[in-house]
Design a protein around this ligand. Structure first.
Ligand code: NAD
Length: 438
């Protein structure tokens, strides 16, 4: 099939590359000239495991190409995917200006029938606005499909090529068949394809993200109560997760959720409720708990050093909002580091993939270091924000030798407090009783 993928970011580039890899001809469009130039030179501007190889393979085979020219891309394609960003506006609702701009552009470029597929996460009802924006610019017929994306950064290729489900919001059965065919190479049996109306497809995406965010915030609340009662949230998490009605996923307490999706999508869910006069009370609380959680961990560190903050150096592991990505959008690490800097603390940071994007956010106020052990020399504490494998199984002897004091603040509950105490560390984590060093 001939596909135009408009927006070549985390979603568009992954989707475009994977569709090309399954034999389609894909033109990725982006209005960021630098990004397109980089891609044309074979450089992949984001870190996503496995993506570079797929992009290289398909560019070489001439199945995947890149352009800033929307008109040409639409003219050469039968299916046009929209995967541009929908960042939050000041009131928490998603800013649809890029989507509506592109929709008008697609309408102007059309020289015949097209299938327009929405991959971006857009509020319920957007299918009408986008269809109107296209129709206002063209006499040619088109079908609209809402096809929300559920991939996770860091595992995007795996998620896209082995999806839990594919949601297709469309009304024309012939178009549903084309979408089935397109996803057929990723889903041997099609019982995991869910066909519904576009409004339900749009809602499915928000409901899924709001549910996942709810589990995280709920477990963070449980962890905070465990802290107050001296209970151990790890034991509680196992006890709760073993219930088959509940399951174990997304029950890990930590520094709060971040990234470009959960915060934005939960806020959008709240704003959709506001728009129709039905307050989304659970989602509102989920966001409130998350904002609090993002502060609690940083405040505990600041309180620990008190008056001595100005003379304190922190060594931070993890800058992105989670491991296996370079994405620092809404990263709890970045917001905590800003709080440390406000208190006059000195911060050194290391992230296996996010030091460039982290530096773009934080400027030169933070010293970025390529070696996660060297940076510990003379620091007053190690602070952990993400769970990269090398952070999970570090050399504690080296950590202990390099740090000024054997003090670790762990926002991901990576280690056993008793084992840490035996190694002589003062260890603070989330919702687990402290153990005095042996
Ligand atoms: N990142 C994720 O994990 C994820 C997962 C599922 C869904 N989504 C949703 O997918 C959408 C895209 O997210 P993303 O993370 O890929 O965003 P992104 O910011 O990484 O990529 C968006 C791309 O669109 C380009 N763009 C913006 N305006 C344009 C225009 N007028 N013409 C052409 N290109 C334009 C940008 O330059 C950028 O490269 C969002 O709605 C997001 O909520 C994201």
């Amino acid at each position: 099939m001939k596909i135009a993928m408009v927006g070549s970011g985390y979603v568009g580039l992954v989707a475009g590359a994977c569709f090309a890899d399954s034999g389609n001809r894909v033109i990725c469009v982006d209005n960021d000239e630098d990004k397109v130039r980089q891609l044309e030179l074979g450089e992949v501007p984001i870190f996503e495991p496995g993506l570079k190889e797929i992009v290289e393979r398909n560019t070489k085979a001439a199945r995947l190409s890149f352009t800033t020219d929307l008109i040409e891309a639409v003219r050469q394609s039968r299916i046009v995917f929209l995967a541009v960003g929908t960042p939050p506006a000041a009131d928490g609702s998603p800013d649809l200006s890029a989507i509506l701009n592109v929709a008008s552009g697609v309408g102007r470029a059309m020289d015949g029938y097209r299938i327009v597929v929405m991959k971006s996460t857009v509020p319920v009802g957007t299918h009408k606005r986008v269809s109107e924006a296209i129709a206002a610019e063209t006499e040619h017929p088109f079908d609209y499909v809402s096809n929300p994306e559920f991939l996770k950064e860091g595992a995007a290729i795996e998620d896209f090529t082995r999806p839990d489900r594919v949601v297709i919001g469309a009304t024309n059965p012939a178009v549903v068949e084309i979408m089935r065919e397109l996803y057929g190479s990723f889903l041997r049996r099609d019982e995991r394809i869910y066909v519904m109306d576009p409004a339900s497809a749009e809602m499915t995406k928000y409901a899924a993200n709001a549910m996942l965010a709810t589990r995280i915030s709920f477990m963070n609340e449980v962890a905070n109560l465990c802290d107050k009662f001296g209970a151990d949230v790890e034991a509680v998490r196992r006890g709760v997760g073993s219930d088959s009605r509940i399951g174990t996923a997304f029950l890990f307490p930590g520094v709060g959720y971040g990234g470009s999706c959960f915060p934005k999508d939960v806020n959008a869910f709240v704003s959709m409720g506001r728009d129709v006069g039905f307050p989304a009370k659970i989602a509102t609380a989920v966001e409130e708990v998350n904002r609090l959680q993002r502060r609690i961990f940083a405040e505990r560190i600041i309180a620990h050093f008190g008056e001595a903050c100005r003379d304190t150096t922190l060594a931070v592991w993890g800058l992105a909002f989670k491991s296996w990505t370079d994405d620092v959008r809404e990263s709890p690490a970045v917001s905590a580091i800003r709080m440390f800097l406000e208190k006059g603390m000195t911060v050194r940071a290391h992230d296996p993939e996010a030091m460039m994007t982290g530096a773009q956010e934080l400027g030169d106020a933070v010293t970025m270091t390529s070696d996660h052990y060297e940076m510990l020399a003379g620091a007053d504490a190690l602070v952990i924000f993400t769970d990269w494998p090398k952070f999970r199984t570090p050399d504690f002897d080296v950590i202990g030798e390099k740090l000024k004091t054997k003090l670790v603040f762990d926002g991901r509950n990576l280690f056993d407090p008793r084992a840490m105490s035996r190694k002589g560390f003062t260890y603070h984590c989330i919702g687990r009783p402290p153990v005095t060093p042996a």
